[in-house]
Each structure stands twice: as C-alpha cells, then as structure tokens.
Design a binder for this molecule. Sequence first.
Ligand SMILES: [Fe+2]
Length: 478
Amino acid sequence: MKGSSSSSSSSSSSSVPSEKPVKFKVRAVVTVRNKIKEDFKETFVKHLDALTDRIGRNVVLELFSTEIDPKTKAPKKSNEAVLKDWSKKTNVKAERVSYTAEFTVDSNFGEPDITCESRIEKPLPMYIPRDERFEESKKNTFSVKRLKGVLHNLLPGLKSSLSAHNQDFNEFSDVDGLYSVGLLIKLGLQDDVLKKLPLPKIVSKIQESSQGILKYDIPKIISKDKFAWLRDDEFARQAVAGVNPVTIERLTVFPPVSKLDPEIYGPQESALKEEHIVHQLNGMTVQEAIDENKLYIIDYHDIYLPFLERINALDGRKSYATRTIYFLTPLGTLKPVAIELSLPPSGPNTPSKRVVTPALDATTNWTWMLAKAHVCSNDAGVHQLAHHWLRTHASMEPFILSAHRQLSAMHPIFKLLDPHMRYTLEINALARQSLINADGVIESCFTPGRYAMEISSAAYKASWRFDKESLPQDLIRR
Ligand SMILES: [Fe+2]
C-alpha cells in the first residue's frame, strides 16, 4: 500500500454463480488507517500519490484463485481492479478511510487465495524500512559483487539457453575455459548477437565491464593442482573445509536409518553393510570405529528423497539422494569409504538403493567419480537452500522485524543485535526479486529446479530449532 498507512480488506459477492461459467462482480473493501500526525514528507508523498492516481497510475488489486488455470499452469486471476476515489479521499481526515474496488470474475474462478502474495517486479523496489536499507557505500560494493554474481550465475544459464543443443558443458575443457578464456568470448556474443538478445541491458553492461570481471576467479586449489578435485582426499577435505562444512556429523548408528514414512518412501533401512567399509578401517570393526569417533556421515537421504520423483521428471535434471560415509585416518584426514545412492522405490522387486565404494579398476573408477559428483550436487543444493538461504537469511527475518517493533533502539539487546541484522532485509528483498524467484537464478541453475524453495521450507519444518542453531550447540550435536 501507499505511504505509511496500513490496510485490511474484505470482499463480498453480489450474485450467485450458475452451472455454466458466467461473469460476476466481486466488491472489495480496503480500509486504510491514517496516521494521526503526519510529518512533512508523509504529507508530500500522500499528495504525490493522489496526483499519480489522477493521471491514471492507480492503485490496482488482483484476485488470485487457489485453483490452477490449465492453460497458463498458473493460478487463475481476476481482472485488474482499480481502487476507486483514491485521489478524491486524500484530504479525508478520518482515522480509517474505506476504498472500494470491483473485480469481474468467472463463476468457475474457485476460492480466492488469501495466502497469495504477489512480488513487486523489478525495477520497482520492494519496501524496506528506512533504517534497514543499504547505506550508499554498501550499495556500491554490493552492485560490483552483484555484477560478478550475475556473471557467475546467470551466464551459464544464458549460454545454455542460447546453444542449439541446450548443453551446459560438452567437455572438461569448457569448464577450464571459464577461468582461462572468459565468458564473453565463450558465449560468442558479438555485437550483432548482442542486439538480438532479450537481455540487452545486462549483456552490454558486461561488455563494458573490465576483463577481470569477465573471467571467473581461479579457485586456489585449481591454481595449484588442476586435478585436485578428482581425488578422494580433496573430496573429503571439502566436507570440513569447503563451502559447506556444516552438514557432516559423527556416525552413531550403522547402517543409518531413514526417518521418512515407510508407507510412502519404502523401507527405512539403508543398503549400506559392514562388508562395504570394514576393509577400509585400518583393522577396526565398524562398531570399534564408531566407538572411537572415527566414522562420519553426510546424510542427504531424507532431505532429497521426497522430491526426487519430481526433480527427475524435469528436463535435464537427474539426482539421487546420497549418503557418504567417511573414515578419520590416523593422519587426521578424512577418507570417503562408501556412497549410497537412493531413488524412490518404483516397485517391490526393483532395488531403489545401491552402494558404491572406492575404485578398484578403470570402470569402477568412473562409477565412483559419478557417485561423488552426485554427492557434490546434493551438497550444493543443501548448502544454498537450507544452510545459506534458510538458516542465515530467511529464518532471521522475523527476529529483525520483531526487534524493530518491540525493542527501543537504546535497548542493550537491540544494540547487540543491530550489526548482525543490518542489511539482511534489503538483501532478502533483492534475493526474492532476482535469485529465489520463479525461473530465477536458483531455479534455473540448481538441480532441484522449481522445487528449490519447497526443499528449503521442508528443511525448516524438519530440522530448524532455535536452540540448536548456534555454537557450541551445533558442534556438540554433530
Ligand atoms: Fe548470504
């Protein structure tokens, strides 16, 4: 809503739908609560709003149905209804002012979706309270970072949508090219192609930008050893010192057991057996290794399995739910000893789980490589959707809102929280417009595709606990 007012709405229908779909009218009443005392700026904004209303830039409402339109595959929508008399009622001094809007809806519209929230599209900014907005200096560093982020995240997607065969990378040298040749050259975006692109603004900005931004920064490990990522010790090192060191935990039960409903997801038992790993434990039995805290697990079974059928039905996405078992060697390094790959059960006699162990020959070497690649793909998803977006960005928002609403700016707890909360609301708003939105960067580049946010919210329901989120509790738990 406009200015600093708050609003509530109610609606009532004025005719009864018959069997054949007919159009009928629904009237919405929107109540705006005025401030008792406005400052100069608020009065100015109010008059500006009234002026734009008079020249036809009205406040517009739309009704969304809980039912899906079979044609658009999106929720059914009403027409756009203008909030009447906005400018006329500008000077009404009452505490509450009511406005009406009239929708025209088909009788087969279904129930209006009261939980529906429509995003404010770019370039219009989402509303952020003033004291949570970026300072000018933050804005500058953020836009450089964002340009880099756009390059790193958007362009591979752009490239695949431009390519006739819709292939992201044909060979490993394509990946190396991201560091050595740079993306613009890889895209082959010459001037004439640039003009035809649906995103001319972003792309020309990229062309204007310096060479350094065009190229991906070479990861340190790759600059030292190009093939490090192929080896088991590097794979295991990343479990504790890579981008996501917060999933690995001590193994306490072997074989691991799923907590998913067996009625829906099949037997809870894992396919992992003692014989898969016992010869890799320096002479220990599995129980001895567990007792001496030598076995660790990254378990992505329960977070992925409920989504696999839908993910694997998407074009170009293939995923398993993975479990990886690590052994802590006498050198103090981790070693992956087994990977379990699971799919939802497709029938009583079709095995849905398989275990892959480190390679013995050329063939098993590639199976093992591919199993590790699936673990990394699972890990990238959980890292960004559960640990990053959910646990740092999304779950902080209610705390930030309530701290501002309930605590004085002088309150010692507010003082302590403030530097941690700063800018999160604005970053989240930007993420909602550009990263986690439908068909945005996350959905187009991540394996879970359009189910990304559903995985995030399922992870919140299944495992987010306020008292377990901080140190040292998180480390004690794991
Ligand atoms: Fe972040």
